[in-house]
Design a binder for this molecule. Sequence first.
Ligand code: AP5
Ligand code: MG
Ligand code: ZN
Length: 214
Amino acid sequence: MKIIMLGAPGAGKGTQAKRIAEKYTIPHISTGDIFRANIKNGTDLGKKAKEYMDQGLLVPDELTCDLVMDRIQQDDCKNGFVLDGFPRTIPQAEALDEALTKIGQKMDYAIDVDVPDENIVNRMGGRRACLSCGATYHVEFNPTKAEGVCDACGAQTVLRDDDKPETVQKRLTVYHDQTQPLIDYYKKQGILKSVDGTQPMEAVFDAIIGILGA
Ligand code: AP5
Ligand code: MG
Ligand code: ZN
């Protein structure tokens, strides 16, 4: 099963992708997590990506596409994968389609987690992220058991550099300009499904299972 998670920054793509990956035993591939891991490890890719991410801008396609194409051709992706935060531009979507066509495959579902902008800004300030394992929490809606400590791996949780209100606003603008057109792109392919992302996390997940099958 090959799934794309679409949705604005903070819509809950990462939260749901993680659960999908666990339930269907497929890898969760988040370009944002990959970039953040590279930033943390001080790699060249991380240094380049950080310049864009801190401004709320997209990392250029040439730094992003090859990375994902390599990742989805690894062995653990044989039975599928869930893409979170990729594709984010029409050229990225086309690169993905092209790479899959070459190996006789195609995406099965693009799930749009729909949340209006007003709800997003409130969510972001409360988000806490684990930069070690990629887990995401919320101080109110999904708190860690011990404050500031990741339930999954014990590392410290942090407020992401790009979650400042002014950067969130910029990310939303970039989303509407560059990523939202993908909704039509996948609608035309007949694989678009939408879920109401303003519901509690459990209800959103139930709606997704309703689409993917139990
Ligand atoms: P990325 O890491 O992908 O960030 P994003 O798309 O902005 O999305 P977020 O991770 O902020 O939100 P999410 O939808 O995963 O929400 P979450 O589940 O955490 O990308 C970061 C940056 O990297 C980009 O800005 C760009 O610069 C670069 N980048 C990445 N991919 C790229 C690409 N392909 N091309 C170019 N550049 C790229 O949930 C948010 C919060 O809400 C959490 O606290 C969560 O606990 C809470 N929450 C979730 N669901 C609910 C709910 N139902 N009710 C209440 N609270 C909820
Ligand atoms: Mg995310
Ligand atoms: Zn962790």
